[in-house]
Structure formats: structure tokens, C-alpha cells
Design a protein around this ligand. Sequence first.
Ligand SMILES: Cc1cc2nc3c(=O)[nH]c(=O)nc-3n(C[C@H](O)[C@H](O)[C@H](O)COP(=O)(O)OP(=O)(O)OC[C@H]3O[C@@H](n4cnc5c(N)ncnc54)[C@H](O)[C@@H]3O)c2cc1C
Length: 407
Amino acid sequence: MTHYDLIVVGGGVSGLTLANRAAYRGQLSILVLEKETRLGGCVHTWQAQPDYWLELGAHTAYNSYKNLLQILQERHGLEEIIPRRRLGYRFLDGGRLQSALGRIDWLELFGRLPFGLLRSKQGLSLADYYSALFGPRNYARMLAPAFAAVLSQPADAFPAQWLFRRKSRMREVPRRYAWDGGLQRMIEALVANAPFEVATGMPVTAIRRQRDGFEVMAGGEMLVCRHLALATPPDAAARLLLDSLPHVAARLSRIPMAEIESLAVVVPAARVRLPELAGIIGVEDDFYSVVSRDPLPHPRLRGFTFHFRPQRLDSAAKLARVCAVLGIAPDDILGVHETVNRLPALTVEHVDQVAELDETLRDSTLYLTGNYFQGLSLGDCADRSTREAYRLLKTHHRHHRKEAHHG
Ligand SMILES: Cc1cc2nc3c(=O)[nH]c(=O)nc-3n(C[C@H](O)[C@H](O)[C@H](O)COP(=O)(O)OP(=O)(O)OC[C@H]3O[C@@H](n4cnc5c(N)ncnc54)[C@H](O)[C@@H]3O)c2cc1C
């Protein structure tokens, strides 16, 4: 049986940032196991043409993602960061494109704002906090669809404190950026020359506790590790822990998942009637959002990823909706790519639940990371992974000191 100091299950941004942080000084033997043949999870770039890519999942990173940027800087350098042009989002309501300004009820806004500004977000949902701040009509007309577009799911119950957290920025990096070749390349940069092993196409199917660590069954092989990090979606982590740590599994299984049916198209730029924009926010539409590639322009092509609500339309109906929104004919489409994304559907109650989870794990050699601890963004994932990696390094060194003492 092969033995590692640390096995990380899940090769998305959370798993890879945790492995990088834990590999600090290269003292631990680390293996990352990813079930798909592709690393990245929700970071998923489609190479639509030799010189044109589109993002099926995450598309924009910010210079407030400091932990992620620090790791990339150490591992690979930041030369492949490319700034995204600043373009606006438009609302699509009843077939009409509108700017945010066109949807604001100014009277309601001015009646509210001065009273709401100092209110804490703690314990409040997006709907509670922002309805009080901007007024219920402004919330329903503007913010509810905008938040659903940002979070790719109905977002009213999402904890307000987990969106737009104040963070310091890495000033030398553009405020909003992409990665040359797509964010998938950024994921690859996280493992380039890394002092840990990565195995793809290796689904972990079972986990057993041992006296001094864990047995991990992956791809028909039994592996052994002292420390185990789960960086999968919470429902997958719950399934894996059901037998060995049922109390942790029970807490994880309380976090439901949302599905997003994402469909990307590439079209000749000359055929699209839409103005240049960052994206479209659907108002009571079949999609939450359309993310455009216009912030990274191309001389001949335009690309759009539609994030559809689940189980509403089949592929043909989705393409019909795409053509209607873009004002194109089906023959104009040069390429299509579809995937199903999954994100945790977080609510205010989960803030306390993950705090309790952390309390349960305090003295354990099991580590949990992902997009369900303090927010969904790539930066939130890297922040969580950094915290868990520091807990791991502390536990590891404490254990070694104890062993040396007894030895
Ligand atoms: C449509 C969409 C748009 C987004 N846009 C942005 C954006 O613009 N900016 C931003 O910052 N964030 C964005 N996000 C959020 C962000 O992309 C995700 O929250 C983040 O990538 C999640 O990373 P993760 O590693 O925690 O989870 P995931 O990406 O879900 O990775 C988990 C990994 O675990 C693997 N796995 C699961 N089970 C097993 C198993 N049994 N064995 C081995 N491996 C397993 C999976 O295959 C997967 O690769 C977006 C998300 C979506 C869906």
C-alpha cells in the first residue's frame, strides 16, 4: 500500500490550492486525486477554435484573490494574467435589454439608503439585507436577478456576509483579469512543477479510518495517508464519510446542491446584433445569465455562455433561446459546447453549520475545503484552503515534535 502524508480528494481550485499551501517547503508527501480526466471542476475552459476559448464555468478573477495569486506567483509567475476590459451587464426583461440604471426606482432608493448603510450583514440573507438597503421593489426588479446571475442560482436566501466581503488587493495585478488561454490554464499553472503528485481519472470510492490516519480507495487501489483533505462538493464529501465519520457526513449532507446547465456558442462577430457587453442578466428567463467574451475581444468572433436554470429546456430549445437572444440564425453558430455545473445552494443557516463543522474538526487530521465555507468565488476557495493547510501544518509539526520527544 502506498503511503502519503496527505491525500487531497478533488482537483478543483480548492484541492489544488490546499495541496500547494500544504506543500510549503516540500516536506510532506502529497497526492491529489481527481475523478475526472480534467482538473479544474467548475473552472472549465472550452477551446472552441485554435485561437479562441470560452469559459463554461468561472470566467473572471479579481486582484482581491490574494491567496490564489500568491500561490500562482510562487508556482508559475503571473505573466499570463490578462486584464478584462470593463464592460457593463444588461438586464433582459420581456425581450428588451436594459441597463441597471433604467431599472432603479430612485424615489424608493433615496428613502432607504441613509438608514441602511450602517447595518451589519451578519445573520441576514441577501433578500433581507438588500431589500432593507435599496427597498423591496428595487431588490425584486434589480438585485434579485443580478444576484441569481452572479451566483448562478436563486440567491435570496444566500448569506449576505458571504458576498462582497472586504478584502485587500494585490495592486500590481489588474483589478479583474482572465488567464491567457483560459482559466483552465491557470489551474494547470497551479500544478506546474509542483512538489506533489496529481492523479486524474481516479475517483475516490471509499474512505476508512485507521488508528493513525486513513485508507483511501481510489481507482481500485488502496492508498494510505496520515492527513486527508476532502475538496469535493459537500454532497460527495458526505457520501465518502458516511461510514467512517457519520457525524461529519450528517452535517455535510445538510448543504443542498444547485445545478446549472451551461451552454456556450461561438459566432462570427458580424452576425450578432447585440452591443458589446460583459453579459446579460435574465429576468424571469430560462437562464440566470449570459456571460460574454467581449471583455477579451477577438477580431472575427464573439462567444457567449448561457447559464440555464436546470431541467427546463432540452438542447434544441436552449439553442432556439440562444438564437433569439443573440439575434442570429442557427446556421450562424460555429460551435456549441454544453456542461452541467454544480454549486452548493447556501443559505443563512449554513454560516452556523460550517462553524460547527469546523469546531468538530478542530483536533482532527481530516480537512475540509471548498466553496461552501465563506463564499463561492475562486478567491474564497483559496482562502479556505489556506486556512485548512495551516491547520494541517500545525497538526503535522505538533505530531512530529511529540514523536521526536518520545523517540
Ligand atoms: C457557472 C459558474 C460561474 C462561475 N463564475 C465564477 C467567476 O467568474 N469567478 C469566481 O471567482 N468564481 C466563479 N464561480 C465559482 C467557482 O468557479 C467555484 O466555486 C470553484 O471553482 C469551486 O472550486 P472547488 O474546487 O471548491 O469545487 P469544484 O470545482 O466543484 O471541484 C471539486 C472537484 O472534486 C472532484 N471530485 C468530486 N468527487 C470526487 C471523488 N469521489 N474523487 C475524486 N474527485 C472528486 C470533482 O470532479 C471536481 O473536479 C463560478 C461557478 C460556476 C458554476
